[in-house]
Design a binder for this molecule. Structure first.
Ligand SMILES: [Zn+2]
Length: 349
């Protein structure tokens, strides 16, 4: 007998995903490489989710976030001068990067449309190059176009009035913040490692004083892990979702907050990623009809990327059990007062 997952009102729930591995977007010795998906790829079919082809984003869709001059300059540099480095992070381009970036952004748009139209309950855009550092007028931080921001604009085009983006990549989502500084329809929350010299250097609590309760930053010290993140979710995510009342939630998910990521110093385990995915999925069920779209950002250890992706699918489909056990071996710092400071600044109870 075949079993189905039924949601509230016994509707058939479906989780979809797009997979855009961009094998030709590659640069010698760079951590943001196609090999990030080496462990994930053979496991993708085992998740209880339906694959959907991505369609490349149009120039108009990219221009909903980015300056058209940036778009044409990037196209030119890819066609005429690539491969090469275009910013100090370093961000690189190859002759295929422009098309790869259009397809990555298009993957998010395809997932978003399916969820907005209720063709799917929720979705995961497993794409690269990533997007959350890309600002309206510049590509940066391994990112060409801001995929999640373009997705949020397409949700608004599709009729959503309030969209919330929660970013728990290890780095501050500076590009997403910059894209929506003045857009009241989009809320943004980023939780990230913050200390002197850590990329990109933005994301302090008081970054956007004009947008309290709409642009929320939770800067964390190194080694913050599962316990600290759970407090952040229960105190900050929940208050924000309650006050902003989104109709759709996007998650910029980066697996570089895992304790053994090679380029960061946070402390999440795979169980911590599952806790995060479950809590945001259940908030979406409580506040916005279950509408949630996960969008991949960073994560530079292929095993963490595969395990973290599995955790997202376990939460999104409500099926299966986590087999991975990789607890953080480091002690976590006490972040109570930092979390308190964030809540106070925004007036969250
Ligand atoms: Zn990152």
């Amino acid at each position: 007998m075949r079993g189905f997952i039924l949601g509230r009102y016994n509707q058939l729930m479906k989780t979809i995903y797009t997979f855009v591995p961009s094998p030709k977007h590659i640069y010698p010795d760079h951590p943001e490489r196609p090999g990030r998906f080496d462990v994930l790829k053979p496991r993708l079919k085992s998740f209880h989710a339906e694959s959907m082809d991505a369609t490349a984003a149009t120039r108009e869709e990219i221009a909903s976030i980015h300056d058209p001059n940036l778009v044409s300059a990037l196209e030119k540099v890819c066609r005429e001068e690539a491969p090469g480095i275009i910013d100090y992070a370093p961000t690189y381009v190859t002759p295929s990067s422009f098309e790869d970036a259009l397809l990555a952004a298009g993957g998010v748009i395809s997932c978003t449309r399916a969820v907005v139209r209720s063709d799917a309950q929720n979705a995961f855009a497993i794409i690269r190059p990533p997007g959350h550092h890309a600002e309206p007028d510049r590509a940066m931080g391994f990112c060409i176009f801001n995929n999640v921001a373009i997705g949020a604009r397409s949700a608004i085009e599709g009729g959503m009035e309030r969209v919330l983006i929660i970013d728990y990549d290890a780095h501050h989502g500076n590009g997403t913040q910059a894209a929506f500084l003045k857009d009241e329809r989009v809320g943004f929350l980023s939780v990230h490692q913050y200390q002197h010299g850590f990329y990109p250097g933005t994301g302090w609590i008081e970054d956007a004083p004009h947008a309290k309760k709409r642009i929320v930053n939770v800067p964390l010290p190194a080694y913050a892990g599962d316990q600290v993140y759970e407090q952040v979710v229960d105190r900050v995510f929940r208050s924000f979702v309650e006050s902003f009342k989104p109709q759709l939630i996007f998650i910029s998910v980066g697996f570089d907050a895992h304790w053994n990521d090679p380029i960061t110093m946070l402390g999440l385990s795979t169980a911590g990623y599952l806790m995060l995915a479950r809590k945001v999925t259940s908030m979406a069920e409580e506040y916005c009809d279950g509408k949630i779209v996960f969008v991949l950002e960073g994560g530079y250890d292929p095993t963490n990327v595969a395990n973290g992706t599995e955790a997202v699918f376990l939460a999104a489909t409500g099926t299966g059990k986590l087999e991975v056990h990789d607890p953080n071996p480091n002690d976590e710092p006490d972040c109570e007062s930092r979390i308190e400071e964030v809540c106070k600044w925004h007036g969250f109870s």
